[in-house]
Design a protein around this ligand. Structure first.
Ligand SMILES: [Zn+2]
Length: 333
């Protein structure tokens, strides 16, 4: 069973292909051109839908790099946008701030009105027939993420989500979008680790677990930097368990380990972390130029890790996690 916490992912385009013009002489559009045309159609339909929904509030952050539409209270929307902006800033540290803010734009929607959510699914279906099936199934979930154009939608349905924080879910999905924008497909353990590290950094709590099947680790929301993570890191002999973690389904131990790795990379060795991520991107694209998510053998990932971080990474990770720095993030009351 797929839990309602699942945020559906549509991986139907390589990044950087949107907007490719269709040559007038070409009788049959290529797959890339069809994808680009569809992305443009979705972009237009989404803008029209947002403009037609008079109850939606728009939050622009980071000079237009981040746009959040919401039917939540203005305060909730503002807080979600502000924390997400902080989280993108944290990713800028290792990966560099984008030069062209408009080209780096990510859009998100946070909704609590079910009819409005369904109307958005229908608007996208109509604009992009290839998405029809995905949009129909998304109506029964708590949102979806499109990568081309980059749009993430969260629908808060208290009937199926007793334990969820809309702002966390939105921010978490924005990390996926941002990493996809920068790198294309990466190992899921890494992007999930980063998304959870982002939540933890922004709120001091992690809520948007992925693919949880009925079982809720309620006590651990605020304790991802705590003893359990510390002892998982301390007991590591190597990182093969992490590098072979498919992240579907969610496994608490390896999820915490992915979080620990991402947190360390972001905060302790950002330059090496960026190097590692860049190497992964290169290998991923070479091994699967058509996109998708190839599985790399753990030994291959370990070799890239050493190439990026040098020797002694595991020891440095373990030393850092013995006493991770205190952080000041707090959820607003
Ligand atoms: Zn995720």
């Amino acid at each position: 069973m797929v839990s309602p916490f699942c945020i559906s992912l549509a991986l139907f385009a390589l990044p950087g292909q949107e907007g490719t013009p269709v040559p007038a002489s070409s009788p049959q559009p290529t797959v890339d051109q069809q994808v680009a045309a569809e992305a443009e159609a979705i972009r237009t339909a989404f803008a029209a839908w947002c403009a037609s929904e008079s109850k939606l509030k728009q939050q622009d952050s980071l000079g237009g790099r981040l746009v959040l539409w919401s039917d939540f209270s203005a305060g909730d929307a503002r807080d979600a946008a502000k924390r997400t902006a902080g989280l993108l800033g944290r990713l800028d540290r290792p990966f560099g701030a984008p030069e062209d803010l408009a080209a780096a734009r990510l859009q998100g929607v946070m909704l609590k009105d079910g009819e409005r959510y369904h109307a958005l699914c229908d608007a996208i279906s109509e604009a992009a027939p290839a998405q029809r099936e995905f949009m129909e199934s998304s109506k029964n979930t708590t949102g979806f993420t499109l990568y081309s154009p980059p749009i993430t939608v969260y629908y808060h349905d208290p009937a199926v989500q007793k334990e969820a924080k809309p702002d966390h879910s939105v921010a978490h999905s924005f990390v996926h979008l941002e990493m996809w924008r920068r790198f294309g497909a990466l190992p899921l353990w890494l992007t999930e680790g980063l998304a959870c590290a982002g939540e933890d950094g922004a709120w001091g709590e992690v809520w948007a677990y992925w693919y949880r099947d009925g079982f809720v680790f309620a006590k651990s929301h605020g304790d991802w930097r705590g003893k359990q993570t510390q002892s998982i890191v301390a007991e590591l002999a190597d990182l093969s368990a992490l590098f072979s973690y498919p992240a579907r389904p969610f496994e608490e131990q390896r999820a915490l380990l992915a979080f620990a790795f991402a947190t360390y990379g972001l905060d302790a060795e950002p330059e090496n972390f960026a190097k590692f991520t860049g190497l992964l991107r290169t290998v991923y694209q070479e091994s699967n130029p058509q996109g998708g998510r190839p599985a790399l053998p753990p030994e291959a990932v370990a070799a890239l890790l050493t190439q990026a971080f040098g020797d002694g990474f595991l020891q440095r990770l373990q030393t850092w996690w013995k006493k991770p720095p205190k952080w000041g993030a707090k959820r607003a009351a």
